[in-house]
Design a binder for this molecule. Structure first.
Ligand code: GDP
Ligand code: MN
Length: 378
C-alpha cells in the first residue's frame, strides 16, 4: 500500500525525523492563505506516484500571488494518470546538498537495507541505473539493534561534517524503527537535504507498506487512498475475486493463485502479454465465472480471453455452466479460449460442446491458442 507525501511527513514527525513545515490544502486560495508566513514556498502535487518535479508538480513560489498561481496550475494537472486534487504547501528550505536516503526490503540480502548517496534529487533513477556504486548500502543484522559504529561510517560516506551527520544518525535510526514497527516495504527520503545552516531535513517522503501485514496496523490501514486501486480492482474485491490490472491484451481467468501466476509466466514465455491476474478461487459457484468475465471485459484493451481451470475442488461442469451463463448475460466480443482439466472434466467439456464451445486440455496448447487469437489469426 502506498501513501501520500503528506501522510509520510506526518509519520516522520511522529518518529522525530525533521521535516520542513507543511500544510495540506485543496484550493489555490487556501494555498495562499496557508503559506502567508513563509518567504519562499514549495507547492507540491499530492499524487501516488513519483517524479512529480519532472512533471511540473513541484514549484517554488516567492510571493502569495505566485503561490496562488502555481497552486491553481498544479491543481489542473494530471500526473501519472492521477488528477491532482490536493496540494501541499511547504516552507521552502535552502539546499546545500540533496542526499537520498532509502530503506528497502532487499531480498538478495534477506534483510532491510539502507541506501544513501549525496547525489539525490530528481535524477536518482538514472544514478541507480548508470552509477550504482555511488549509492552506499548498509544491511543491519535483522535481529539486532542497528550497530552504531557501522551506521556512523555508512553515513560518513555521504555526510562528512560531524553535526549534520549526528542529526542524520538519529533520524536514520528513527526511520529504521518506523520501517520495522509499521511493516513498511519501502521508505525513501529524497531529497534528504543538507541546508547551508548545517541542518538535515526531509523535503520529500515516500512510504510503501506490506499489504499482508496491514491487519496488524489499523492506523496505517486507515491511511489507505481509494485511488490506489483501479475501479476494476475495487469491484473484484467486493465480489471476492483476487484481481490485479496489468498492461497487456490477454484477459485471464484462472482458479488458484499459483496456477494464475504460472499462466501469466506461460503467456509471457510464448510472447504474449496478460491484461490481468485473476484468481476465481476454489469455489464452484457459477456466478463467480460471470463476475470474473464481466470485470475482465470492462477492459477495452482485451483482444482474447484465456480461461484456465484445473479442477480440484472446483468442478469443471460448474465452470462450464458459469461460462454459458456469462455468455447469456454478457456481450463477449472477443475469442474465448478455454482450458479444462481435472474434476468432472468430461461433463464440463460435454456441456460446452453442446453449446458450440470447445475446451482444450493442455495448458501450453491453450496459451498458444489465446496468443494467436489475440493477434487476430486464430
Ligand atoms: P519528486 O520529484 O516527486 O520526487 O518531488 P520532490 O518533493 O522530491 O521535489 C523535487 C525537487 O524539488 C527536489 O529534488 C528539490 O530539488 C526541489 N525541492 C523540493 N522541496 C524543496 C525545498 O523546500 N526547497 C528547495 N529549494 N527546493 C525544493
Ligand atoms: Mn523526491
Amino acid at each position: 500500500m502506498k501513501i501520500h507525501e503528506y501522510q509520510a511527513r506526518d509519520l516522520f514527525r511522529a518518529y522525530n525525523i525533521p521535516v520542513n513545515d507543511y500544510k495540506l490544502v485543496s484550493s489555490a486560495r487556501e494555498a495562499r492563505e496557508a503559506s502567508m508566513a513563509w518567504k519562499q514556498v514549495v507547492v507540491k502535487a499530492q499524487v501516488l506516484t513519483g517524479g512529480r518535479g519532472k512533471s511540473g508538480g513541484v514549484k517554488l513560489a516567492n510571493s502569495p500571488e505566485e503561490v496562488e498561481a502555481e497552486a491553481a496550475a498544479i491543481l489542473g494537472l494530471e500526473i501519472g494518470g492521477y488528477p491532482v486534487d490536493r496540494i501541499l504547501v511547504c516552507d521552502s528550505a535552502p539546499i546545500e546538498k540533496e542526499h537520498y536516503l532509502g530503506l528497502i526490503l532487499d531480498r538478495s540480502r534477506r534483510a532491510v537495507t539502507l541506501m544513501l548517496t549525496d547525489q539525490g534529487g530528481v535524477d536518482i533513477e538514472e544514478l541507480a541505473a548508470n552509477n550504482p556504486s555511488a549509492i552506499h548500502k548498509l544491511t543491519p543484522h535483522p535481529h539486532k539493534s542497528i550497530n552504531e559504529a557501522a551506521l556512523d561510517s555508512f553515513l560518513a560516506n555521504s555526510i562528512p561534517s560531524a553535526e549534520p551527520r549526528r542529526q542524520a544518525f538519529l533520524a536514520t535510526r528513527n526511520l529504521y524503527s518506523l520501517f520495522l514497527e509499521n511493516d513498511a516495504s519501502l521508505v525513501e527520503i529524497n531529497p534528504y537535504a543538507l541546508t547551508p545552516g548545517g541542518e538535515m531535513l526531509a523535503l520529500d517522503g515516500k512510504i510503501n507498506f506490506d499489504d499482508n501485514a496491514l491487519f496488524r496496523h489499523p492506523e496505517i490501514e486507515a491511511l489507505r487512498n481509494p485511488e490506489e486501486s483501479s475501479a476494476d480492482e475495487l469491484e473484484a474485491k467486493t465480489k471476492g475475486l483476487s484481481f490485479v490490472s496489468l498492461d497487456g491484451d490477454i484477459g485471464c481467468m484462472v482458479n488458484g493463485a499459483g496456477l494464475a501466476m504460472a499462466t501469466l509466466d506461460l503467456i509471457k514465455l510464448h510472447g504474449g502479454e496478460a491484461a490481468n491476474f485473476l484468481d476465481v478461487g476454489g469455489s464452484s459457484n457459477p456466478q463467480k465465472a460471470v463476475d470474473a468475465l464481466s470485470i475482465i471485459l470492462r477492459n477495452s484493451r482485451i483482444k482474447a480471453i484465456l480461461i484456465n481451470i484445473f479442477g480440484g475442488i472446483t468442478r469443471c461442469d460448474d465452470i462450464a455452466d458459469g461460462l454459458l451463463m456469462a455468455r447469456r448475460k454478457l456481450e463477449i466480443g472477443v475469442p474465448l479460449i478455454i482450458r479444462l482439466a481435472g474434476t468432472n472434466e468430461r461433463r464440463g467439456r460435454a456441456i460446452l460442446e453442446e453449446a458450440g464451445l470447445k475446451a482444450i486440455h493442455g495448458l501450453d496448447d491453450a496459451v498458444k491458442a489465446v496468443i494467436r487469437a489475440a493477434r487476430g489469426n486464430s
